[in-house]
Every structure is written in structure tokens, then in C-alpha cells.
Ligand binder design. Structure first.
Ligand SMILES: Cc1ncc(COP(=O)(O)O)c(C=O)c1O
Length: 363
């Protein structure tokens, strides 16, 4: 039976089942999370929150305060969610009611899932590959002219997934004037050195046509806790609150989130790691014949001009290494992978495994 390409990275349990090993024995370059154990403060707050009899505060006021403080926005412009994914669902409910949505392609597939929940309609807008530079850039001219006449909501990812392109704040602001709703997913922005300068978070707290969504998953390596938040005009968030299940964020995630939002040192550490590890890994890959799209964040879109499915399977079966197979992204095919950055030791392990796969190909 033909294998369906995965629509998301990080399927560690399933890979471990296929390989007959424990999930800890699999090295995962397919989901782009920081490679460090979450800050010690999280474990402390989780232990304290283990009094599981208590309902979480239904308004999440302490968590909202902590997020508001970090971004210098009013607390009623903040809505915590069960991961960014839950908040896409509510943004999509608004967006579906506003006509045809526009989604860059290749792009993150979860916006489609969210729109589908509400019978929303969308059209893909082609985004050219590869781009020229690392660092903030204008949305490409051809992409902007495609958008010139659009009338429906626009969804953007900053930095973009899967390319890692960082869109300058200026170029996003120019678009904002033209659309009935702009949803900007900043899931990876806090990992980008200097990235916050290009955030729309502060504007979102007062702008009626802008929603910014953030995730704690990548920045803190806490995919299992499920925590994200939206910043938008308070009236919009109040409406969303009435649609949701009660207590969408569990007490453990809320307690950890309060601590994490106050941890500015962590973000510095993560950005310093991206600033050193990314150019190092790019250089190593280029020397080995890979073409690497210049990315501003902690993942790299790579290709080598030939189909990589056989290599991917050998990496998984012989080395227990997972990479993000990009066949599910519109416009990409078997020649493309997305690779997360891990720490130096594990990045070296990937390179050694790639050398072996390549060597057996030549033999
Ligand atoms: C661009 C982007 N946004 C959001 C998410 C989801 O984040 P969360 O785990 O908070 O639902 C992902 C996860 O892969 C992602 O790649």
C-alpha cells in the first residue's frame, strides 16, 4: 500500500513502533523544537500544580497577565489556548465568514484544517522558492501582486514554514491595509535572533482586522503540554471565549506558562543557539552538496536535485533518524526535506548518517 506522506513532523511514537525501539532512541529532525530540556522552573511549577483536584481559573487571569507583561499589551487582548492549533480553529471561524481565504503555498497545512471546520473556502497563493537572503525581507514582488486584488482574509506565517523566511514588519503592515482579516502565525518568531522587531503583537491588541497567534511549543520544547495564545482586539477574543469548551487550557499548562512567560534569559539562550548552530549546519550541508534555502530560524528547507525518499527511509531504518518529508507541502516533492536544528552533538550525528547513506549510494 502506498504510504501517505505525513502532514506534520514529530510522529515519534509511530516511528518508534515501526522501528521496534523506544521513542527516546529515535533522533527527531522532523519537528522543529528547541533541543534543550525545558527550563527547571517549569518542572517546579508542574510539581506545584499537581494538586489536580482544583479547576483551572476559568479566566486564566494570572497567565494572561504574564503574557501581557511580556509583550506590553493589555491583558484583555490576550487569549491562552490549547496550543496555537486550537486558536487557529477560532480564527478560522471568523475568517470563514469573511469570504475566500488566501493561504501561501507551500505553507503550514493546519490553517486548512481549521477553515474546514467551518466550511471555509480558501485559495493557495504561490510563494516562490528559494529566496535570496537570511534576515528580514519584503514579501516577494510576485506574491504581493497576486495579493493586490484580494478581498478575503489572509493567513501568513512569520517566519514562514517550511522556508524559514522572515517577513519584515513593514511589508506585513502594507498588506494589513488591504484585507478584511490578517492572521499572522508567529509560532517561530521568538526563536529568531532579532525577530521580535518584526512582530505585529503590539498592534494586534488594538487593531480590529489583525490576529497574532503564538505557540510555546517550539520555544520551550513543550509540545506535550499544549500551550499557545492569541493577541487581538478584546471584543474578538471575548466572542471566541463564548464558543470554546470550558477550561481549554489545563491547570498544568497554565501553571507552566505563567513561569515561562517571565523567563527572558531562556529566549536569549535559544536565539544564541540558533545564531551559532544554523550557519554551522548550513555550511556543513552545503559542503556535502545540499542546496539550503536561507532560513532565519531553527529549521532548514533543503534539497539535492534528486528524489530523497530512499535516503529518508535509510536514515530512518538504519540510523533511527527522522526528517520532515516535504511531499505534503504544495509545490514541493520528493527532492525536499525540512531539517530542524538540534544541538551540535546530534547535528553531527545527522551529518555522519548522511555521509554513510551517500557513501553506500556511490558504492
Ligand atoms: C507554523 C506553525 N504554527 C503553529 C504550530 C502549532 O503549534 P502548537 O503546538 O502550539 O499547536 C506549528 C506546529 O508545527 C507550526 O509549524
Amino acid at each position: 500500500m502506498a504510504q501517505v506522506p505525513p502532514r506534520h513532523g514529530g510522529n515519534l511514537q509511530q516511528a518508534a513502533l515501526r522501528l521496534g525501539c523506544a521513542p527516546e532512541q529515535v533522533l527527531d529532525f522532523s519537528a522543529s523544537l528547541v533541543p534543550f530540556a525545558p527550563p527547571a522552573a517549569v518542572r517546579r511549577s508542574l510539581r506545584q500544580a499537581l494538586a489536580l483536584q482544583v479547576y483551572p481559573d476559568r479566566s486564566y487571569s494570572a497567565l494572561r497577565q504574564a503574557i501581557a507583561l511580556r509583550h506590553q499589551v493589555p491583558a484583555d487582548a490576550v487569549l491562552p489556548g490549547n496550543g496555537a492549533a486550537e486558536l487557529f480553529t477560532w480564527a478560522a471561524r471568523d475568517a470563514a465568514a469573511l469570504g475566500l481565504n488566501h493561504l501561501p503555498a507551500p505553507g503550514f497545512a493546519d490553517y486548512e484544517r481549521a477553515l474546514r471546520c467551518w466550511g471555509g473556502r480558501w485559495q493557495h497563493e504561490h510563494l516562490q522558492l528559494p529566496h535570496q537572503q537570511v534576515g528580514p525581507q519584503e514579501l516577494p514582488e510576485a506574491f504581493r501582486s497576486q495579493l493586490a486584488h484580494l478581498q478575503g482574509p489572509l493567513w501568513l506565517t512569520n517566519p514562514h514554514n517550511p522556508t524559514g523566511q522572515l517577513w519584515s514588519q513593514e511589508s506585513l503592515l502594507a498588506l494589513l491595509e488591504r484585507v478584511p482579516l490578517l492572521v499572522v502565525d508567529e509560532a517561530f518568531l521568538p526563536l529568531v535572533p532579532g525577530g521580535e522587531q518584526h512582530s505585529l503583537v503590539q498592534l494586534a491588541s488594538q487593531h480590529p482586522r489583525l490576529v497574532v497567534i503564538r505557540s510555546l511549543t517550539k520555544l520551550f520544547g513543550i509540545a506535550g503540554l499544549r500551550l499557545g495564545y492569541a493577541i487581538a482586539e478584546p471584543q474578538r477574543l471575548q466572542r471566541w471565549s463564548q464558543w470554546r469548551d470550558p477550561w481549554p487550557v489545563n491547570g498544568l499548562a497554565a501553571a507552566a506558562g505563567e513561569r515561562l512567560m517571565a523567563d527572558a534569559a531562556w529566549t536569549k539562550k535559544v536565539q544564541a543557539w540558533v545564531a551559532t548552530e544554523r550557519p554551522w549546519l548550513v555550511d556543513q550541508l552545503v559542503r556535502r552538496g545540499w542546496q539550503v534555502s536561507p532560513s532565519s530560524c531553527n529549521f532548514l528547507l533543503v534539497q539535492r536535485g534528486h528524489a530523497l525518499e530512499n535516503w529518508r527511509q535509510r536514515l530512518e531504518q538504519q540510523h533511527r533518524i527522522l526528517v520532515r518529508d516535504c511531499r505534503s507541502f504544495i509545490g514541493l516533492d520528493e527532492r525536499w526535506w525540512r531539517l530542524a536544528l538540534l544541538d551540535r552533538r546530534r547535528n553531527r550525528r545527522l551529518l555522519r548518517a548522511l555521509d554513510q547513506v551517500q557513501a553506500t549510494d556511490r558504492a
